[in-house]
Write a protein that binds this ligand. Structure first.
Ligand code: ZN
Length: 339
């Protein structure tokens, strides 16, 4: 069994386990989504809590009570914080309904969650060893939550390890960054990523990996048939869109996930621009010939403006006030690229 779960993370795993003799009290595992940071952080937490680590202390035994509890997701000395929307135990944790609702809406880690973590780290340990708290993704902490965490980061209780996982470390407070030992995850090279995807029977591995910007776990997710069907239906609609069509296309897709739609449009725009400037495309490789056929007709100035328009749409895509109107607006601008 691979110690780090994913072969491209072997180097990071070795660096992590190498830190065990003089363990920092806070670690930040960061890098883009889809590389296995959370899985690695959970595996490391299991190792830190394992009562009989093997292989010179670098692998959890998988047998002791501690490992068993980790497997069940019920270790009393392990605490994992995620945005409330993902946290099914939230109601049981006693969060106020109002807070739960707003946390879910913003997909944030709330100050109440950090306060419960602060209490957790100050309790005495159940098994006489360490206590480990995992925050994922750390950038989901709102500013009140981040400030509440600082207290624990500044005066960490002995035997407590904080593992922060972040897809966008640049969004964390400098005061948090400066108190964490940082480990950055990097993309595997393409050959290694493709080999892994093929080994895991991922269909259309190369196309999915391109869409995922090279991140293998994201590629695995993107290869799911439903996702590809949604994506292809939408992108096919973009091939022939006229100003008149754009309203119809917006209506057809208005009930879909806006984040997903805008993301596809951003990749589409990037490929159109890149084809015009360099003759290469990067993301929608399964639409290569169709994109090449239309790229030359797009107005370059408008294409650049469209990029900024999509960035703005992306920023509000989590909660658009009126999804259909946003989509109509964006698709109308898209259609105008080719007028
Ligand atoms: Zn164990």
């Amino acid at each position: 069994m691979n110690a780090s779960l994913h072969p491209w993370n072997d180097g990071i795993w070795q660096r992590l386990t190498g830190l065990r003799a003089q363990l920092p009290h806070a670690l930040l595992l960061h890098g883009r989504a889809g590389l296995g940071k959370l899985a690695l952080a959970e595996r490391f937490a299991q190792l830190l809590l394992c009562e009989q680590p093997q292989a010179g202390g670098s692998v959890a035994c998988g047998q002791c009570p501690s490992c068993h509890w980790m497997g069940q997701g019920s270790h009393p000395d392990f605490c994992k914080l995620q945005p409330a929307v993902f946290d099914e135990d939230d109601a049981a944790d006693g969060a106020e309904p109002a807070e739960r609702k707003s946390a879910a809406a913003g997909q944030q880690i709330s100050v109440a969650q950090i306060r419960s973590l602060n209490e957790f780290v100050h309790l005495s340990t159940h098994r006489g060893g360490r206590r480990v708290a995992l925050i994922h993704p750390a950038e989901a902490m709102n500013s009140a939550a981040a400030n509440a965490l600082l207290k624990t980061l500044e005066e960490p209780p002995a035997q407590v390890v904080l593992l922060l996982v972040s897809h966008q470390a640049s969004r964390l407070l400098p005061t948090i960054l400066s108190r964490c030992h940082q480990l950055r995850f990097t993309l595997p090279d393409q050959t290694e990523a493709l080999a892994w995807l093929k080994q895991h029977k991922v269909q259309h591995a190369a196309a999915s990996l391109a869409q995922a910007g090279g991140a293998p776990l994201l590629a695995q997710q993107l290869s799911e048939a439903d996702y590809q069907a949604r994506r292809q239906a939408f992108l096919t609609g973009l091939l022939h869109v006229s100003v008149a069509d754009s309203l119809r296309l917006a209506e057809q897709h208005a009930k879909q996930n806006m984040v997903e739609l805008i993301h596809w449009l951003q990749q589409w725009q990037h490929d159109l621009l890149s084809l015009q400037l360099t003759g290469q495309l990067r993301y929608q490789v399964d639409f290569d010939s169709q994109l090449r056929a239309i790229a030359g007709r797009a107005n370059l100035t408008r294409l650049l403006a469209f990029e900024r328009r999509l960035q703005a749409a992306r920023a509000s895509a989590q909660h658009p006030l009126n999804p259909q109107m946003v989509l109509e607006d964006v698709l109308l601008e898209y259609a105008n690229l080719f007028v």
